[in-house]
Design a protein around this ligand. Structure first.
Ligand code: ADP
Ligand code: MG
Length: 225
């Protein structure tokens, strides 16, 4: 039996006050390989705190986070950065592409420290951009693309290193409904190919696209389906 990709055990994250805020309260969550999970909740419910923990950008105050079978509390900051780079792909609401680099470079740079030779990295970047149907935009700058195209570049960048887990934070937040729907179609394809996805959103429509849905309310999780 393989370990779950994500296992949170009684995770609490508190921010010291006064007043002290418990942004996550004794959260338990298991995400198996190949799962497609959404976490939906209103503003202030703990979504960003959750994303930061899952992405190894922050640590629990109490409890354990096992990522891909590893107890993350045993990792120092340097090891966390290495595990993050090799294990997790991120997609953000605001795309976060480098404006003065081409589409191809933006995706290539994600594998810069992978130890993979340049020619192989370039093949992988082209393949990732092919997957998001942007092979006709390789030499374009991000500013010349539509919002939907930019987010597809960000998805290509997130998957080019073959992560164990894709973490998306409000991935459709800057897109109109139709374009957002295209990004969600893309997630469905990646899921069908076996990728493990967690999408964090306040948008019920986006959340409903996932295979398994969890609600976050005031720092607590409850299963929806
Ligand atoms: P969401 O992303 O769902 O809007 P957050 O995770 O950002 O929610 O915040 C959850 C709660 O934790 C809120 O009450 C927020 O004010 C609080 N919080 C988040 N980050 C910090 C911080 N760095 N210091 C203090 N309080 C914080
Ligand atoms: Mg937030």
């Amino acid at each position: 039996m393989t370990a779950p990709v994500v296992e949170l055990v009684n995770v609490t994250r508190s921010f010291p006050g006064p007043p002290e805020v418990q942004a996550l309260k004794s959260v338990n969550l298991r995400v198996e390989r190949g799962d497609y999970l959404s976490i939906v909740g209103p503003s202030g419910s703990g979504k960003s705190t959750m994303l930061n923990l899952l992405g190894l950008l922050d640590r629990p105050s109490v409890g354990e986070y096992h990522l891909d079978g590893r107890d993350t509390s045993l990792l120092d900051e340097k090891q966390r950065a290495i595990v993050r780079g090799g294990t997790i792909g991120f997609v953000f609401q605001a795309f976060h592409l480098l404006p003065h680099r081409t589409v191809l470079d933006n995706v290539l740079l994600a594998t810069l420290y992978s130890g993979v030779p340049r020619a192989e990295r370039e093949d992988r970047a082209r393949a990732a951009l092919d997957r998001v149907k942007l092979n006709h935009r390789l030499d374009f700058l991000p500013g010349t693309l539509s919002g939907g195209e930019r987010q597809r570049v960000a998805v290509a960048r997130a998957v080019v290193a073959s992560p164990e887990l894709l973490l998306a934070d409000e991935p459709t937040g800057n897109l109109d409904e139709a374009t957002g729907g295209e990004v969600m179609d893309l997630f469905e394809e990646l899921h069908a190919d076996g990728l493990t996805l967690i999408v964090i959103t306040h948008d019920q429509v986006v959340s409903d696209r996932a295979e398994r849905r969890v609600r976050i309310t005031d720092g607590r999780l409850s299963e929806l389906s």
